[in-house]
Design a protein around this ligand. Structure first.
Ligand code: FE2
Length: 381
């Protein structure tokens, strides 16, 4: 009898240990992007409303990723950009002081608005220095990765300027809109898979498959007024984007998160989710123009017409034409809303919930109504 009780206790102990271990791997995180606006370079009312909603309602969230374009920035006054970024940290103080969350509270990624001057990257790195210094040598502190519980996270810089003499402002070497260090990424993901991580997430500012507003300068930097045939420089950007995405597919990355386009959209491409969580205050864009009875019609906010977009669609291999959605995947889902996204990591699935709010009529940078759940889906392992 005594033996039976001992065996029973042992089984209960093992079961509870197993349950605890499974439960211990579960956690939540959040992501948002693009908060620039007219209050010291920030859309403070909307950014504050979203972060307040996040910390009040999502108390299980351990940290937040922010995928760039925090502020307007300046291409001639780096001190002004730095002052805006300092103010951004102040606006986000409720996140930085949130006792439910863990160090460093916010994992930042640089956006093109924080890379407009040779001194910008240095300033950004000095202000957001609570990151891992394990990136490629020329992007140390801007590109980095880490594991949390059984998940691997990679933050990648896609906007850079000049790594030489920061005093030499005559050398205009804007170097935006591509992922440079693909070998570093492959090595990083190989090591993560060797550690048997359960899921991998990748974050950057730029959008590999543009959904609205940046067809001309997502990760495939095709430029404005693009016409066919494509030249070798533009083809290089497309090839670099394709190589980057293939790496994510090969290593079974669960999702790639970005901003740059001030709108919300998700689509699975080759089994990897691209999630654009592109406005926590920045002026909302429209989706890619779709075919209609008047393909030459002018889009609101100065965005390109359908006919102007067709050469981009051809090169990017999009679903375009009558009845098509002008996106890469026919299963695309998107909303013109300000938002943040939460990820609830379980043993075998990720439960994604997006909270957002719609713009006031005829505005693109003011909100109306309550923040609520606007999208929900599951990412399988
Ligand atoms: Fe951007």
């Amino acid at each position: 009898m005594k033996n039976r009780i001992s065996i029973l206790l042992l089984i209960i102990f093992h079961l509870s240990f197993l349950t605890f271990n499974l439960f211990a791997q579960e956690f939540s995180f959040a992501a948002m992007s693009d908060s620039r606006g007219k209050y010291n370079g920030i859309n403070e009312p909307i950014l504050s409303a979203l972060t307040e909603h996040l910390i009040t309602n999502q108390t299980e969230v351990d940290f937040l990723f922010f995928m760039g374009d925090l502020v307007d920035g300046s291409d001639i006054y780096p001190d002004s950009t730095l002052a805006e970024l300092k103010y951004w940290k102040k606006v986000m103080s409720s996140v930085y002081n949130n006792s439910n969350m863990v160090w460093p509270y916010i994992w930042p990624v640089i956006g093109n608005h924080e890379a407009q001057h040779p001194k910008d990257a240095i300033n950004f790195r000095s202000l957001f220095n609570d990151v891992f210094m394990n990136g490629p040598e020329d992007e140390m502190g801007l590109t980095y990765s880490f594991d949390y519980k059984n998940v691997h996270f990679v933050c990648i810089n896609s906007e850079r300027w000049y790594y030489g003499d920061p005093e030499d402002t005559t050398d205009d070497r804007r170097d935006w809109h591509y992922v440079k260090n693909l070998d570093w990424l492959i090595n990083d993901l190989q090591q993560a898979r060797a550690r048997n991580v359960n899921f991998i997430f990748v974050f950057s500012h730029d959008v590999p498959f543009p959904i609205g507003g940046h067809l001309h300068d997502g990760l495939p930097n095709l430029g404005e007024d693009f016409i066919l045939p494509i030249d070798s420089t533009k083809q290089w950007y497309v090839d670099q984007r394709d190589k980057f995405w293939q790496i994510l597919v090969d290593f079974k990355v669960s999702a790639y998160l970005c901003g740059h386009e001030h709108i919300y959209g998700r689509q699975a491409i080759g089994g990897v989710y691209q999630i654009v969580a592109g406005s926590s205050g920045a002026p909302l864009y429209e989706f890619n123009p779709t075919y209609n009875a008047q393909p030459d019609s002018i889009m609101p906010y100065g965005e390109m017409s359908y006919n102007d977009a067709v050469p981009y669609y051809k090169v990017l291999k999009y679903n375009y034409g009558p009845g098509k959605n002008s996106q890469h995947s026919k299963d695309f889902f998107g909303l013109r809303a300000f938002q943040y996204v939460t990820f609830h990591v379980k043993e075998d699935i990720i439960h994604v919930q997006t909270y957002g709010v719609y713009p006031r009529e005829n505005t693109d940078d003011e909100m109306e109504g309550e923040i609520g759940l606007i999208d929900e889906f599951i990412i399988d392992k």
